[in-house]
Design a protein around this ligand. Structure first.
Ligand SMILES: Cc1ncc(COP(=O)(O)O)c(C=O)c1O
Ligand SMILES: NCC(=O)CCC(=O)O
Length: 432
């Protein structure tokens, strides 16, 4: 595995050059190691549960390209399907039958979705669903939660999670005030705060959008009754409930968090897993609402590469693999071993910690917790997290370079991977 101390000469060379070419040397801020220190590792290959860097170091990967790699990286069946599809071209800019196939699979799986529109990223999906919320209700205001991330469209860059939280950025410059004045925020898991917002803005709120399980302030689960409460409040106020399942869709359960918690929103956004590692997003929901989307209705939303045959193919094959019996049980079993193991090691080595997992999504905070929202998550000892991250990296374990991100396992992660990860964690936490 990894040589100690970690040799990253080529990574450093490439990243130094990258910094002159691209802002911060990266194509997305979350990839930088700003909050954990050191330089990002530059990779050149992935397979199964592993990722290799340009210096030849091999790591067990818990980032999974930020969620899509649920079947394991470069799954041979996904790659083979893609090779076949590639022979017929990369994009038609016209209907293809694979859109129908993936749409049927999504509609069949996700309780709230009766019709779906494919786009190219989670950001696009959330941006579009917000337009649809407003078009359907004729109201402009929305409620989002502090520390939730719904992509980087202007209206969502208010108390956002993920990279915005990691970098401790104030709400982004370049976003006009009049765009975000309609974005109301509440602490996650706080029904009273949501009730108050509805009371203060009668007849003005188009709906609520949230991560039904949070992954962008670290891993945070909804308290008992929270999702049900939001469902009731939106119904009472003739507003829409939108689950952003870009991260949780087909991960928390095949039908997403809405299947797992038995709460059906009006609209849902998807991304990550449904693209099998290629750029995809989707939004869908009640047929009467989706009917407003052009060209069926007047709400405009479009995309040159949307529904392209490669992304559809990777998505279809990924969902087929996930349909096999026992997949979610497997994800739950190995991820629980990992999460329980990490908590036990933290306790044995004298570190305050809390965390948990559902299916193949997990998190660990260096605070006694419990963590119900972003304010609680911020109590985690970030310096300790940075040292933990570095220590694990040196031992060949690749974790997201931020306390405010969830971790992901895949069907390719083995008991041996978990054993190695826990052994590394024991070593690192003993010396933190
Ligand atoms: C919950 C959630 N919504 C939206 C997004 C945005 O998706 P993308 O990065 O594909 O634009 C992400 C991840 O980035 C996410 O985790
Ligand atoms: N949880 C945050 C993401 O998945 C974002 C990925 C990216 O922007 O690169």
């Amino acid at each position: 595995m990894v040589t100690t101390p970690l040799k990253t000469t080529k990574s450093e060379e490439i990243f130094t050059a990258a910094q002159k070419l691209m802002p911060g040397g990266v194509s997305s801020p979350v990839r930088a190691f700003k909050s954990v220190g050191g330089q990002p590792i530059v990779f050149d290959r992935v397979l199964g549960s592993h990722i290799w860097d340009v210096d030849g170091n091999k790591y067990i990967d818990y980032v999974g390209t930020w969620g899509p790699a649920i079947c394991g990286h470069a799954h041979p069946e996904v790659i083979s399907a893609l090779k076949n599809a590639l022979e017929n071209g990369t994009s038609f800019g016209a209907p293809c039958v694979w859109e129908n196939v993936l749409a049927e699979m999504v509609i069949e799986a996700v309780p709230s979705i009766e019709m779906v529109r494919f786009v190219n990223s989670g950001t696009e999906a959330c941006m579009s669903v917000l337009r649809l919320m407003r078009a359907f209700t004729g109201r402009d205001k929305i409620i989002k939660f502090e520390g939730c991330y719904h992509g980087h469209a202007d209206m969502f860059l208010v108390k956002a999670g993920s990279g915005v939280a990691t970098l401790g950025l104030p709400d982004s410059p370049g976003v006009p005030k009049n765009v975000t004045e309609n974005t109301l925020t509440a602490p996650y898991n706080d029904l009273e705060a949501v009730k108050k917002l509805f009371a203060e803005n009668p007849g003005e709120i188009s709906g609520i959008i949230l991560e039904p399980v949070v992954g962008n302030s670290g891993f945070i689960t909804p308290d008992f009754g929270f999702l049900e409460g939001l469902r009731l409040l939106t119904q009472e106020n003739n507003a829409l409930l939108v689950f952003d399942e870009v991260m949780t869709g087909f991960r928390i359960a095949y039908g997403g968090a809405q299947e797992r918690f038995g709460v059906t929103p009006d609209l849902t956004t998807l991304g990550k897993v449904i693209g099998g590692g290629l750029p995809v997003g989707a939004y869908g929901g009640r047929r009467d609402i989706m009917a407003l989307v052009a060209p069926s209705g007047p709400m405009y939303q479009a995309g040159t590469l949307s529904g392209n045959p490669l992304a559809m193919t990777a998505g279809i094959k990924t969902l087929e693999l996930l349909q096999k019996p026992g997949t979610y049980e497997y994800l739950d079993t190995i991820t629980k071993r990992l999460s329980d193991g990490l908590l036990q090691i933290a306790q044995e080595t004298g570190h305050e910690a809390c965390g948990g997992q559902i299916s193949g999504m997990f998190g660990l905070f260096f605070t006694s917790g419990p963590v119900h929202n972003y304010e609680d998550a911020k109590k985690s000892d970030l310096t300790k997290f940075s040292r933990f991250h570095r220590g694990m990296l040196e031992q060949g374990i690749y974790l997201a370079p931020s306390q405010f991100e969830a971790g992901f396992t895949s069907l390719a992660h083995t008991d041996d991977d978990i054993d190695k990860t826990l052994a590394a964690a024991k070593d690192v936490m003993s010396n933190l």
